[in-house]
Design a protein around this ligand. Structure first.
Ligand code: GLP
Length: 252
């Protein structure tokens, strides 16, 4: 379940190769996408590889994990903006097939129901990418979220607002709520790859490694998935026992 590669770049190479393999065998695959600084090297590498190998991404359907409530697509800290900058504007995605929750939506409840339903109608997620928050959240599913949850509105924890505050000019600007795919939606993906890199993820990786499958550690739900990988770099693995992680050979 835990795999190790030396650094964020080698992880980006590996994950990009896995995505390209999937897209090559299933051009209309459904991808579950994540945001955050962990994913930036992954999307950079994917952009380079898709361009170099002339891979067709126009048939892909993508669903992002989450979005801040109150931020529109033109707000630089919105996840809509992030995805346009880091992926969608760089490759020939069909934009009507790239879905994110709408942070400005008036009827949030209806939107949540629609979002989970749309994923089911698309045939479910083939490959879900995940980062992880310092408290073990995936998407914006904070500790204590039900493992049965579907897309829902969340009140962001103080720690998550503080962690993500680095992207905003002041803490007052950090949204207090978000819409996130639920843990049940995430666990239904056919494959899951969770990536954690850097010293600041070492503690949460140890917490996750030693945790039982428990709603207080949301990411622990993926321990019950039969096709899930947690990929760490050496810095994020530094509090794990050496036998915890299998070395991975980058395939590119
Ligand atoms: C946010 C996102 C998560 C992401 C996490 C970690 O809270 N909602 O999906 O995994 O940040 O982000 P980073 O990769 O920047 O550490």
């Amino acid at each position: 379940m835990f795999f190790i590669l030396p650094n964020p770049q080698s992880i980006a190479d590996y994950v990009s190769a896995r995505l390209v393999d999937l897209i090559s065998t299933k051009p209309q695959a459904v991808l579950g996408l994540a945001t955050g600084s962990t994913m930036e090297p992954v999307y950079d590498r994917l952009t380079a590889q898709v361009t170099l190998e002339d891979i067709d991404v126009s048939q892909l359907i993508t669903f992002n994990l989450d979005e801040y409530i109150g931020l529109g697509a033109d707000h630089p800290q919105s996840y809509h903006y992030y995805m346009s900058e880091h992926l969608f504007n760089r490759l020939a995605f069909a934009r009507h097939k790239t879905f994110l929750p709408d942070g400005l939506c008036v009827d949030l409840q209806e939107q949540c129901e629609l979002y989970s339903r749309k994923i089911a109608e698309a045939g479910g997620i083939d490959l879900q990418l995940l980062g992880i928050g310092g408290n073990g959240h995936i998407g914006f599913n904070e500790p204590g979220t039900s493992f049965q949850s579907r897309t829902h509105v969340v009140d962001l924890s103080a720690q998550t607002r503080l962690d993500n505050g680095r992207f905003f000019a002041s803490m007052d600007e950090v949204p207090t709520q978000a819409i996130t795919l639920g843990l049940q939606d995430i666990i239904e993906a056919k494959q899951i790859i969770l990536v954690a890199t850097g010293n600041n993820k070492a503690q949460v990786m140890a917490d996750l490694y030693y945790s039982a499958i428990d709603e207080n550690m949301p990411a622990s739900i993926i321990k019950q998935h039969n096709n899930a990988m947690i990929i760490v770099d050496e810095a994020a693995a530094k509090l794990l026992p050496s036998e915890a992680c299998k070395p991975l050979i980058a395939t590119v």
